[in-house]
Design a protein around this ligand. Sequence first.
Ligand code: UD1
Ligand code: UDP
Length: 374
Amino acid sequence: MTAAKRILTVVGTRPEAIKLFPVVRALAADARFVSRVCVSGQHRAMLDQVLAVAGLVPDHDLAVMQPDQPLDALASALLAGLGRVIAAERPDWVVVQGDTATAMAGALAAYYHKVPVAHVEAGLRSGDIRQPWPEEVHRKAIDALAALCCAPTETAAAALRRENADPAAVHITGNTVIDALHWVTAQVAARPVLAAGLAEVERRFAGKRIVAVTCHRRESFGAGMQAVARAVRRLSARADVAIVFPVHLNPNVGQVMAAELAGLGNVALLAPLDYPHFARLLDICHLVLTDSGGVQEEAPALGKPVLVMRATTERPEGVAAGTARLVGTDTDRIVAEATRLLDDASAYAAMARAHNPFGDGRAAGRIVELLARS
Ligand code: UD1
Ligand code: UDP
């Protein structure tokens, strides 16, 4: 019998935890592997919310988060800390996900230690290194050194081939976010109490159409965030609409939103929701305004139109299918596009179609099989 493969999965932020818990669960249930998990603690409360829901207990926690952390200090703490864990664990593979500083540092540390890297959600490209910033460059760097590139879609795989990735390293697996969404939806269906914390907001806004809002992109800090806040304020003046906005803990987001939106009758500014509550919000909302990567993938799966408050996206599949629209961060444009969806039933119906360009909910199993035979 061959020895079990040692897999070290590295997780830093909320979306990495959401997209990697299906992989970690599959590894843990499979005798072919010894699964170890290192959380960098790039996020704290927002990461811990997911770990708790998914029942994921890390073997290492680097606890690197600092308030309003600058990218250079964050990256160097991550590289040193993750390098130490890789040296101690001596895994056969390091698994990273997406494009965060943790994913980039985890991949680079593994490369320095000559451990092969599997990149979950490889090949996404906006084509502009200034947006998403710094994620576009992180993702390209990880793909350049990964021995296994798990592309969620054909578009992502094609981008890797264009960059001359080794064809043997590129596989289309689907995006594990759909696995995670299916899992959490089933959990909430079986135990509605898991998402009962939204009941107060639902009562408060009964009879109104709910617009779910999230935003946090670094390239939008300052003027972009202000413009988003003003757009939300203007939309909230409508009597038939209510805004439910779980605010990211980055202080560059919260300060702007609190200054512009606190106390408005039609706006609920909430702390970050745990995953069951956020899935419930996506379920009850009429439309979504977001700059989030993960939310751009989840909302189409639930048939919710998404207005993407960014100038570019590395996830063009929703736009191509007509269920997502890039609207940028201009106040007038955001208000005009949202108003069109609120007032024009046929425009709304054209976007409100459930479809799954990002995956079929079985990505984690494919990734685990790839790790088993690689
Ligand atoms: C990070 C990722 C981004 C990802 C996003 C998901 C990088 C460079 N950015 O952005 O790609 O889309 O996470 O949400 O990797 N904070 C808290 N508590 C938390 C989380 C954050 O207080 O649980 C605050 C801290 O002040 C922290 C700041 O937010 O310094 C920024 O966190 P950071 O992870 O550097 O960047 P994000 O904007 O969250
Ligand atoms: N999410 C959540 N609670 C919230 C907001 C978002 O659980 O209050 C989830 C959402 O369902 C998605 C992920 O967090 O799976 C997206 O994370 P984020 O927008 O922070 O990062 P990005 O995907 O842009 O990297």
